[in-house]
Design a binder for this molecule. Structure first.
Ligand code: ZN
Length: 155
C-alpha cells in the first residue's frame, strides 16, 4: 500500500463527474487500499477517488468501526434533515455546517464485485453523502455555512 497525494481545493479533478467502475479487479482493490491508507494517515473518516486524482466512482469510509470499500454508490433513500459540522481532506483546516439527510440507504458494489447496501444514520450517513457528492464534483464548501477552522476530523 502507499500514501497518495491528496488533491486540494482548485484542482480540476475535484470538479469532475466521475465515471462508473465497470470491472472490479486487482487494480481497483489496490486503489481502494491506497485510498484507505491515505485517509488513515490524514485522519479522515472518508475519501473519494477524485481526491487522489482518479475520477472514478469509488469511495472508502471508516468512521472508526469498520472500513467500507464502496464502488458505484447510489443513494436510494434519504430521510430527515440535520445540520452538523463537516470538513474535507481536500480543504485542510476548513470546517462548515452542512445540512444533510439524517438517514440514508446506499446501494454499492464491494471490493469483490458483489452488490450490497448500507442503511446509515448520524456521522456514517453524513460521510456517505459527502463522499458521494465528490463523485459528482460537488464540494461541501459550496453549501457550507458558518465556515471556520477547527480540529474535527476531515472527511
Ligand atoms: Zn471531502
Amino acid at each position: 500500500m502507499s500514501i497518495m497525494e491528496i488533491k486540494k481545493m482548485g484542482e480540476p479533478v475535484l470538479k469532475q463527474i466521475c465515471t462508473p467502475v465497470e470491472k472490479v479487479n486487482k487494480k481497483i482493490r489496490t486503489l481502494l487500499d491506497d485510498m484507505a491508507e491515505t485517509m488513515y494517515k490524514y485522519e479522515g473518516v472518508g475519501i473519494a477517488a477524485p481526491q487522489v486524482g482518479v475520477p472514478i466512482r469509488a469511495i472508502v469510509v471508516d468512521i472508526g468501526k469498520k472500513r467500507y470499500d464502496i464502488i458505484n454508490p447510489v443513494i436510494t433513500e434519504r430521510e430527515g434533515s440535520i445540520v452538523d459540522s463537516e470538513g474535507c481532506l481536500s480543504f485542510p483546516g476548513v470546517y462548515g455546517e452542512v445540512e444533510r439527510a439524517e438517514k440514508v440507504k446506499v446501494e454499492y458494489t464491494n471490493r469483490y464485485g458483489k452488490r450490497k447496501f448500507i442503511e446509515a444514520e448520524g456521522l456514517m450517513a453524513r460521510c456517505l453523502q459527502h463522499e458521494v457528492d465528490h463523485l459528482d464534483g460537488h464540494l461541501f464548501i459550496e453549501v457550507a455555512k458558518n465556515i471556520t477552522t477547527g480540529s474535527k476530523k476531515d472527511e
